[in-house]
Write a protein of this length. Structure first.
Length: 174
């Protein structure tokens, strides 16, 4: 799949005058389908971008608010996880290829005229998501939790111990 499929996230910055510009984006499933990310049920978010263009660089301030639908890791019931994140990126224009080690500074060729910001929103969201995705404990489906408790394996200390191990334990205690 080509980045052209995410054309609504293209910004033709070459045509912009120097100064501050505002952009708004609806963040939906299409970005995550592009990157084959399927760990959630749905997403509804709004992304705002404040771009300050100067002659040799651009400052981009990203702001994102919305919700992502997941299945709870604890009880498997669907729930909405609120997501809020911000990120700052500086894009510097250069006449040669520069490999930047910084995540906040990106170098672009002076011949470029369009930047696609879909990847910035994608990375912001992915890095904001918690590893454990679950309801607050009170909101979990109690029936499912009770069933899991019933099925869980218990370590019974009353089980009979092999007499050979018992003899080894006695040696260890000496």
């Amino acid at each position: 799949m080509e980045l052209k499929k995410l054309k609504e996230f293209d910004i033709a910055f070459e045509a912009l005058q120097e100064g501050e510009h505002q952009f708004q984006f609806e963040i939906g499933r299409e970005i995550f389908d592009f990157y084959d990310y399927t760990d959630f049920n749905d997403i509804s978010a709004k992304g705002n971008l404040t771009l300050r263009k100067e002659s040799t660089y651009m400052k981009m301030n990203f702001d994102l608010h919305g919700t992502i639908g997941f299945d709870c890791d604890r009880c498997t019931a669907p729930f909405q996880l609120p997501v809020e994140c911000t990120e700052k990126v500086v894009v510097k224009f250069s006449g040669r290829d520069i490999d930047s080690k910084s995540e906040e500074i990106i170098y672009m060729s002076i011949s470029e005229s369009i930047i696609n910001v879909a990847s910035f929103f994608y990375e912001m969201i992915i890095l904001t998501l918690p590893l454990k995705r679950s309801h607050e404990s009170d909101d979990c489906d109690q029936e499912v939790l009770n069933q899991l408790e019933e099925w869980s394996v218990r370590n019974e200390e009353t089980e009979e111990i092999d007499p050979r191990w018992e003899a080894l334990k006695k040696l260890k205690q000496r």
